[in-house]
Design a protein around this ligand. Structure first.
Ligand code: FES
Length: 582
């Protein structure tokens, strides 16, 4: 377990309050939605067989029924439908703010429109089967929807499209944060278009086939009614009454939910307010139980929320500047997302954090954050102090060399040198921070710890010395004298974070440790050696009983002298295996 993970876990252990319901709800919503999505795919695929023939549709229907009209399939389907609807109402009840993004609003509205458009079809098929033993074959359904009541057919087709779009938006919100999503987008897009188009074309073709059967055979309608045990006019009227009652029931459910939501918000307001402080002195008041994100959006405080508050994207994350122990415990789902972005212990998801007391927060991402930011690498990118090893290297006498060479040759030699040294550093597990003139700065242990950082930095120095030999050999015809380098390595606390502007942004480090490493590299000139390392680097790097001369040296900018080892040739460093293993 990483230190960050441990910190998050321990932060969780010391906080109080249980808020596990949203995790279950999110999983349920997704699970039930996926069941319904699979049902719709199989249903539309069955329709698509109409492009072959009516008989193919009927044959496909046998398999479709086998999957969905057995006791398990029925419970799964009907249960998912009911639970999904209830969860949608619950989401309305929980929302403090009905303002939402266009995508969310479309999904919401389509989701509520779907049951209204579907009721008639469900009653005419499933309910007719249960109540009157009607066999709702394709011919029976297409006669009703295509031949007898085309407006009903249009309504049904619209319902299909609406449900499909609703599902696709949900799937999009679910998957768009996956790293592979952008690569798979074209395929998913094709799938999302193909399935309903083929389904609807099959429906049209099947409908036309039934229309022809009716036109060609006057007895077809009666035979079909007898074969399928179609509802009598009285039974159809009963179904009509049932449909009206269901409409009233659905309407009452929605109105009741909105009413309950209004009462809840009113009661919360009466319970008092808590204050959330933002940077630049902004303070927003909120009803207890509101999430930080809800408060931001309610008060027009710009706040990133790529996933719309579903706790998936992490772009809403905030640094909590007040007492962490007073916060409600993060749910497992929130912890998972925080671990994914290697968040520091004082970072929480604003959409999941519902403070019970006044708090102060700092949103960490700009309001226009993109889904990519949801995978923001290590916490180090956000800026944090950590113990790392820093290596500086410089070519000795390069200025005079460059004066003797044509610019083209200088660039060529430098690029060969940078490539060799870069490969040596990265091969050992380090990170090239920057090339400055003919100098190199590299960081070690940024994603590990100081001990591993020192071990890898020493291995990098050793590899650099060997690579320099190879390079000198390779360039001996171009160089008046072989290239010589000086390397300095120091370890200690540094501020590590993503710094820079636009494309010139990278993870770098600043602080005394960096300055000291640079000074040690300069010391190699004084001592006339290839490598100078601080005593801490040797110790943490696991070098037992160093044999090299050492001394306490004054380093500019430091109050205390620093004990260093003076190493003639970095190839004298012991070889170590698996320095990258964590
Ligand atoms: S808005 Fe996406 S995790 Fe909070």
């Amino acid at each position: 377990m990483s230190a960050t993970t441990e910190n998050i876990s321990s932060a969780r252990a010391v906080t109080s309050g249980k808020r596990r319901i949203p995790v279950t709800i999110r999983g349920l919503r997704l699970g039930t939605g996926l069941v319904l999505f699979v049902y719709v795919i199989t249903h539309l695929s069955n329709h698509a067989l109409g492009l072959i023939s009516l008989e193919a549709m009927e044959a496909g229907r046998e398999y479709f029924l086998l999957a969905w009209r057995n006791p398990v399939g029925s419970v799964l389907l009907i249960g998912s439908l009911l639970v999904h609807m209830m969860l949608a109402l619950y989401a309305v009840y929980r929302r403090r703010r009905l303002k939402m993004s266009v995508g969310e609003a479309v999904q919401f509205i389509l989701g509520f429109a779907a049951p209204i458009l579907l009721v008639g079809h469900i009653l005419g098929t499933r309910a007719a089967l249960q109540l009157y033993d009607t066999d709702d074959t394709y011919a029976y359904v297409l006669l009703a929807l295509w031949v007898d009541d085309p407006t009903h057919g249009i309504r049904q087709s619209s319902a299909t499209v609406i449900i499909w779009i609703h599902a696709c938006i949900g799937i999009y919100y679910w998957l768009r944060l996956r790293p592979w999503f952008a690569r798979a987008l074209a395929w998913l897009y094709g799938f999302a278009l193909l399935i309903p188009v083929l389904g609807l074309l099959g429906f049209v073709n099947g409908g036309r086939a039934v229309g022809q059967l009716v036109a060609n055979d006057p007895g077809f309608r009666l035979d079909l009614a007898l074969d399928t045990n179609a509802p009598t006019p009285d039974q159809a009227a009963q179904l009509g009454v049932l449909e009206d009652r269901i409409f009233i029931f659905l309407g009452a459910l929605l109105v009741g939910t909105l009413l309950a939501r209004a009462i809840r918000l009113y009661a919360e307001r009466r319970r008092g307010v808590l204050r959330i402080s933002y940077p630049a002195g902004r303070v927003a008041e909120a009803a207890p139980g509101s999430s930080v994100l809800e408060v931001s959006l309610l008060n027009d405080i710009p706040h990133a929320s790529v996933c719309g508050g579903r706790g998936r994207c992490s772009t809403c994350r905030v640094r909590v500047n007040s007492d962490l122990a007073a916060l409600p415990e993060p749910s497992d789902a929130e912890l998972k997302v925080l671990r994914r972005v290697k968040a520091a212990p004082d970072v929480r998801l604003a959409c999941q954090l519902r403070p019970t007391d006044d708090i102060s927060v700092t949103p960490l991402l700009p309001p226009n954050a993109s889904p990519r930011d949801g995978f923001a690498k290590a916490a180090s990118t956000q800026g944090q102090e950590q113990e790392i090893a820093v290596l500086f290297a410089d070519i000795r006498g390069f200025t005079s060399l460059s004066e003797q060479k044509l610019p083209y040759d200088v660039v060529f030699i430098l690029n060969r040198y940078f490539r060799s040294m870069g490969e040596a550093i990265e091969g050992a597990g380090g990170r090239v921070d920057k090339f400055i003139g003919d100098g190199i700065m590299a960081l070690f242990g940024v994603d590990q710890n100081a001990k591993q950082g020192c071990a890898t930095a020493l291995q990098a120095a050793r590899a650099m010395a060997y690579r320099l030999d190879e390079l000198n050999d390779l360039l001996k015809a171009d160089l008046p004298t072989p290239l010589r380098i000086g390397i300095g390595i120091h370890v200690g606390p540094a501020i590590v974070g993503e710094m820079g502007y636009a494309s010139a942004t990278s993870i770098t480090a600043i602080g005394d440790t960096v300055n000291t490493a640079s000074r040690l590299e300069s010391k190699t000139k004084e001592y006339g050696v290839q490598l100078v390392i601080s005593q801490q680097v040797a110790e943490l790097g696991g070098i037992e009983n160093p044999v090299w001369p050492s001394e306490d040296t004054e380093v500019r900018g430091r109050k205390e002298p620093l004990r260093v080892y003076i190493i003639d040739d970095a190839r004298e460093l012991p070889e170590r295996k698996n320095t990258q293993s964590r």
